[in-house]
Design a protein around this ligand. Structure first.
Ligand code: FES
Ligand code: FES
Length: 153
């Protein structure tokens, strides 16, 4: 089936099998390997992307369901090689250890801050509740998101 998606501002058209998951379209067909596969069952959040302004787990959607959508992935966060305040905050607050969960964490944090630029700690914790960090670095991740919110004020 033909699928057309716009990812980080670039439009792609691909012929995909109906059973192909969105995460595999991104990683295998579009070579956007920043979004990770941690479970394939909707539990870990490593594959999180923003689809038409809504945070989704891209292993829980078929590629064909994204037809016509505009998608933001971790590759689209920085512009011209410059880190965004959110990425800088993750770096400065040591909010990544192995980094496997980090792309999904960043997209969940971005979705939160796009909607709610001044979140409480509780709102930050709720926003990332679908993202598992197996290194259990949640304290630093929450601090980084709070710092990014502060920087955006
Ligand atoms: S790979 Fe999608 S939620 Fe884990
Ligand atoms: S930084 Fe290692 S899983 Fe999150």
């Amino acid at each position: 089936m033909d699928v057309t998606v716009t990812v980080n501002g670039t439009t792609y058209e691909r012929d995909v099998e109906p059973r192909k998951l969105l995460i595999h379209l991104l990683r295998d067909d579009l070579d956007l390997t920043g979004s990770h596969v941690g479970c394939d069952t909707g539990n870990c959040g490593a594959c999180s992307v923003i689809l038409d302004r809504v945070l989704v787990k891209s292993c829980m959607l078929l590629a064909v369901q994204a037809n016509g959508a505009s998608i933001e992935t971790v590759e689209g966060l920085s512009e011209d090689g410059e880190l965004t305040p959110l990425q800088q905050a993750f770096n400065e607050h040591h909010a990544l250890q192995c980094g496997y969960c980090t792309p999904g964490m960043l997209m969940s944090a971005k979705a939160l801050l796009d909607e709610n630029p001044e979140p409480t700690e509780g709102e930050i914790r709720r926003a990332i509740q679908g993202n598992i960090c197996r290194c259990t670095g949640y304290v630093n991740i929450v601090e980084a998101i709070a710092a990014a919110a502060e920087a955006g004020r």
